[in-house]
Design a protein around this ligand. Structure first.
Ligand code: ADP
Ligand code: ADP
Length: 226
């Protein structure tokens, strides 16, 4: 059973833009899939449809064996990490990470357990009482990851999560994210336009152009063919 099936997915925005055309992909459990392509080719739109933040115009999206086209984002077994982190400035790190679980009425001791475990994994356990403004860029990125991890989702969606970091931190986070993927044992779908990230992190790369899938292949085949 694939963890995710996208069957002939289209997105037509009001005003006439077709952002995604006939997107078909089966993503097995635990795969690390990279979505690449030029700006405006439909990567974010695809991710947002999977998350449920954008309505699917046509086609079917399955998570496991469940058709989720009409399922609310919070009821999908999915968590998304955004490029701009989207942390709540007035909340502490703990509260930021706990927020999504509170929304789902997770018991308090369970929330505490999950937040503390995620914080340990991400090496931010000492920062739980801080507000986002008192964190470095790399720490903020870890909090954003932590907020997704605590939900223990089947699928992680990451939309250019490293693009706001400097080169050194980006290199470090590439390694950490690769390890995190293995440690969590979940499916990752990762949007980037950084070729190094695409080459080094993914099991499979999906190349998009003008809303269409151009090519799907392993990093080795995609980048090493003469
Ligand atoms: P990418 O993530 O690859 O840069 P997007 O998915 O953001 O691409 O955008 C794909 C296309 O859809 C672009 O032509 C963009 O202008 C258009 N688009 C994105 N969001 C909207 C929207 N909310 N309304 C109308 N058009 C949109
Ligand atoms: P409330 O829902 O009453 O406003 P909070 O959201 O402040 O409570 O905290 C929810 C739970 O998380 C509480 O059990 C609290 O003890 C725990 N908690 C809050 N901050 C931390 C922290 N920095 N480290 C560990 N546990 C915390």
């Amino acid at each position: 059973m694939a963890s995710l099936s996208l069957k002939h997915i289209y997105k037509r925005y009001a005003g006439g833009v077709t952002a995604v055309t006939d997107f078909c992909l089966e993503i097995p459990d635990k795969e690390f899939v990279i979505l690449v392509g030029p700006s405006g080719c439909g990567k974010s739109t695809t991710l947002r449809m999977i998350a449920g933040l954008e309505e699917i115009s046509e086609g079917e999206l399955y998570i496991g064996d469940k058709l989720v086209n009409d399922v609310a984002p919070k009821d999908r077994d999915i968590a998304m990490v955004f490029q701009n982190y989207a942390l709540y400035p007035h909340m502490t790190v703990f509260e930021n990470m706990a927020f999504g679980l509170k929304l789902r009425k997770t018991p308090k001791d369970e929330i505490k357990r999950r937040v503390e475990e995620a914080a340990r994994i991400l090496d931010i356990a000492h920062l739980l009482d801080r507000k986002p403004k008192a964190l470095s860029g790399g720490q903020r990125q870890r909090v954003a990851l932590g907020r997704a991890i605590v939900r223990e989702p089947k699928v992680f969606l990451l939309d250019e999560p490293l693009s706001n970091l400097d080169a050194k931190l980006r290199a470090q986070m590439r390694t950490e994210l690769t390890k995190l993927h293995i440690r969590l044992g979940t499916t990752f779908i990762y949007v980037t336009h950084d070729q190094i990230e695409a080459m080094t992190m993914g099991d499979r790369i999906v190349v998009m152009k003008d809303g269409l899938i151009q090519q799907v292949d392993s990093p080795e085949n995609l980048y090493n063919t003469p």
